[in-house]
Design a binder for this molecule. Structure first.
Ligand code: FMN
Length: 301
């Protein structure tokens, strides 16, 4: 018998697989391919207090081993999310994690106040988006700013708070410790790594925003290293992501110390990726006599 359940900040998930914010919409888009009932959770695209338009196109580019995006947190706002997306997701037996964005501390706090009243299981504070001019990564790369924004948000958060960490830092353990000290109940990592692609024939950057965020298999070793380092530096649980494409990838993150894993860019190349990964984890556990994920979590010294 295998038990794939995991618990994060008092919330139980049936398995350690969620979707990475921004790569699965609110689940509707994947209905034909993925049985949402099988997912440990759905982590939805970033939601702000008010609707955001996002950046100009082109805002997606393929690169070796992954993609660049500069979507810029386009979203229809909290009111739409509460009215349309929550009732859709609540039809399924899964947890809902809402990714929260803002340009300023006040905007983050306002979004968290609104979403705390909504029927969601956890809040994930995105302080690491590289594609917005104000807020986003500017908050997530500076320990003092992390403490301030997480501290303010925590005062109003009525749901467990995950803080989504930026990989665009010199020392992930410092920023992780700052988020923990300010009251984060869990961390998620990594968001995208800043990158750029140039069209040499047009002599222009491919993205209208010039710079975007790199995701996909290319970032996985960086993400595994950061999860491993942070897991040793903090006591709160970590949701690991960055290039997870197969069950073996997800298990690597768990062995590095992650309690849960999220599948992002892989959804774009294989819309059944989450299902394949859940089945693959079960198969790995059965074949290797692993009764519970506690037996392998963080086993890498
Ligand atoms: C198109 C796109 C949109 C994204 N939107 C968000 C977002 O709204 N909020 C957020 O925290 N992360 C966002 N991310 C980052 C992912 O959730 C994830 O952290 C990152 O892509 C690394 O995982 P992956 O390599 O499996 O995609 C986005 C990524 C992509 C590719």
């Amino acid at each position: 018998m295998i038990d794939t359940r995991v618990k994060i900040a008092g919330v139980e998930f049936k398995n350690p697989v969620t979707t990475a914010s921004g790569t699965f919409g609110s689940g509707r888009e994947y209905g034909e391919f993925a049985d949402i009932n099988r997912l440990g959770a759905v982590t939805v695209k970033g939601v702000a207090a008010e609707p955001w338009l996002g950046n100009d196109s082109p805002r997606i580019a393929e690169v070796y081993g992954g993609m660049l995006n500069s979507v810029g947190l386009q979203n229809p706002g909290a009111e739409y999310f509460i009215k349309e997306d929550i009732p859709f997701l609540r039809q399924f037996d899964t947890r809902i994690i809402v990714n929260v964005c803002g340009h300023t501390i006040d905007e983050y706090v306002k979004a968290v106040e609104i979403l705390s009243e909504a029927d969601v299981d956890m809040l994930e504070l995105n302080i690491s988006c590289p594609n917005v001019k104000e807020g986003g990564m500017a908050f997530g790369t500076d320990c003092k700013m992390i403490e301030k924004v997480v501290g303010e948000v925590k005062k109003k958060a009525k749901k467990p708070l995950i803080v989504k960490m930026s990989p665009n830092v010199t020392d992930i353990t410092e920023t992780s410790k700052a988020a923990e000290a300010a009251g984060a109940d869990a961390l998620s990592m990594i968001n995208t790594i800043t990158g750029m692609k140039i069209d040499i024939y047009r002599r222009k950057p491919v993205l209208a925003n010039k710079i975007g965020g790199l995701s996909g298999p290319a970032v996985k070793p960086v993400a595994v290293r950061m999860v491993w380092q942070s897991a040793k530096a903090v006591r709160i649980p970590i949701i690991g992501m960055g290039g997870i494409t197969t069950a073996e990838d997800a298990i690597e993150f768990i062995m590095a110390g992650a309690s849960m894993t999220a599948v992002g860019t892989a959804n774009f190349t294989n819309p059944t990726a989450t299902m394949d990964i859940i089945s693959g984890i079960e198969k790995f556990m059965t074949e290797n006599n692993i009764g519970s994920l506690d037996e392998i979590r963080g086993i890498i010294e």
